[in-house]
Design a protein. Structure first.
Length: 503
């Protein structure tokens, strides 16, 4: 087989192995060796090999986007595939740039990839979370969500520290395979082993501490309505939707919860407007003497015709008083708004709803002397947003989401995996109410203490602790990733200067 084909096929296989480490099938040990095939062949075609690996990885991990676009977005299959290919191409560029730069640095300055690729990889993952509004889905570290010892360090380095470790191990092993008699390769492997042992040692130490215990506790009930997306916004089903949530809440009331949590947009109408349906919802906390947090669309008039719409959550007290509203901050491009709206006015939104939403601001909701930080839908994949809520005094993070868009795919499991890291990073409890699942309670250790199945109507009751433990990550944020970005920038400058130097 020609050299060109072998290189790209091996690289693509590496991407598929890496994808298998993520939910589902969640074969997380694969992430420790999945990049080795790519690392063995990438010097032959530095950019193309990374690109092939990225294409196969993201195509396998994000296949469910076609379900969103065709089944629920009503997009033509051909246009859906074109949009999917465009996104995969864009995301694969991050892999390609990482391998290309690592090979260039090795060729120009003889710096082994063991010292460069992990730094470049993390820098580009961090950039991916910011550029073009950001899409930090499936960062490499998330593959270890079911390996407790490997993820406890997230309270220091965030998820990026786990990514760095995984790439480092892959690089060290690949170097030994390529050059088994190279003493520097063995020295690199020894250094990597020390880093791994210290990393796991930290995990053992942290797991030996009472991470999940809190003096103040709250009985919580998560209401999973399982409302089909095909009828969710149909006015004819509004009463049936409210009835289902009221029935499930009545079931949960047997356990005397302090807080009932309904998912994102649980009320498919404006809860702020007086109506029989709104009154039924507002009477619920009075009936069961508990707080109610409920997702609902909202609007705000700023003139006679100007109206701003929000994807929001309301908190009601046991007396039925509205304690405040938290609006979604990080909106979904082409789902909740059209980026560059004036330039792209010909593009319709993928998700049909109330209208183009307006982003909100960080606004923790007060609950009996404590504060709730509400992350709506995929806001939970943005570490800096959860950190902002904790830094503003939140004692509990709550994720309201509607994962019905994902169907019976691996996406709900991937979404939950990322939510677990937000709890670890800030050592705080996280309660997650999802319309179709996966609803769950997540402890500060990252352990899922309660979780329900997909596509079932149910209530989940449990106890969470209130308060966060001060962590390095909460205080300083993604300083590791930012350092990697700075070092990568310096490497780029050095490469540029080397190229401009007269020969």
């Amino acid at each position: 087989m020609p050299q060109f084909d072998r290189t790209l096929i091996v690289s693509a296989a590496s991407g598929l192995l890496l994808a298998a480490a993520f939910p589902r099938p969640d074969l997380y040990p694969l992430a420790w060796v999945a990049l080795i095939p790519l690392l063995l062949v990438m010097r032959q075609r530095p950019f193309a090999s990374g690109f092939a690996c990225g294409c196969s990885f993201f195509a396998a991990v994000l296949y469910w986007l076609n379900i969103v676009m065709t089944t629920y977005g009503g997009l033509n299959l051909i246009f859906s595939l074109l949009a999917f290919l465009f996104l995969i191409t864009y995301l694969a560029l991050y892999f390609a740039v990482a391998t290309w730069l690592a090979c260039r640095l090795e060729g120009q300055f003889r710096v082994p990839c063991l010292l460069t690729l992990p730094v470049l990889w993390v820098a580009l993952e961090y950039l991916r979370g910011w550029l073009l509004t950001g899409f930090p889905w499936a960062l490499l570290g998330y593959s270890q969500q079911n390996f407790p010892l490997a993820i406890q360090s997230a309270d220091v380095t965030g998820v990026y520290g786990v990514s760095l470790l995984l790439v480092t191990v892959n690089c060290a092993l690949a170097w030994i395979i390529r050059q088994p008699r190279n003493r520097f390769a063995w020295l690199g492997l020894a250094g990597t082993l020390l880093i791994v042992l210290s990393h796991f040692g930290y995990g053992v130490w942290r797991e030996g501490q009472p991470l999940d215990q809190r003096e103040d506790q709250l009985r919580v009930a998560l209401i999973q309505g399982n409302i089909s997306q095909t009828v969710k916004w149909d006015p004819a089903y509004r009463q049936a939707t409210v009835d289902k949530y009221l029935q499930l809440s009545a079931r949960a009331a047997v356990f005397h919860p302090d807080l009932l949590i309904w998912p994102e947009a649980a009320t498919p109408f404006f809860l702020q407007d007086p109506s029989p349906l709104s009154e039924q919802v507002r009477q619920l906390p009075l009936r069961y003497n508990c707080y109610l947090l409920v997702g609902s669309p909202a609007y705000q008039r700023s003139g006679e015709k100007a109206v701003s719409y929000f994807n929001s959550a309301y908190l009601f007290s046991p007396s039925g008083k509205n304690l405040g509203r938290s609006d979604k901050i990080h909106l979904v491009p082409f789902g909740e708004y059209v980026p560059f709206g004036r330039l792209l006015s010909f593009i319709n939104k993928l998700v049909v709803g109330v209208g183009d939403f307006t982003p909100g601001t960080v606004n923790p909701l007060s609950l009996n002397g404590h504060k709730l930080g509400v992350l709506i839908c995929y806001e939970v994949i943005f570490p800096e947003l959860a950190r902002d809520y904790v830094r503003q005094g939140s004692s509990l993070l709550v994720n309201l989401t509607n994962d019905a868009w994902f169907g019976r795919s691996s996406a709900p499991y991937q979404h939950l995996a990322m939510a677990r890291f937000r709890a670890i990073e800030n050592r705080i409890w996280l309660a997650r109410a999802a319309n179709t699942g996966i609803s769950a309670l997540i402890a500060p250790s990252g352990k899922v203490t309660v979780a329900g199945p997909l596509f079932e109507s149910l209530q989940l009751s449990g106890t969470v602790g209130l308060g966060s433990e001060p962590t390095f990550y909460t205080r300083f944020g993604d300083v590791l990733a930012q350092t990697c970005l700075l070092l990568s920038g310096i490497a780029l400058v050095l490469l540029y200067r080397q190229r401009r130097r007269p020969r």
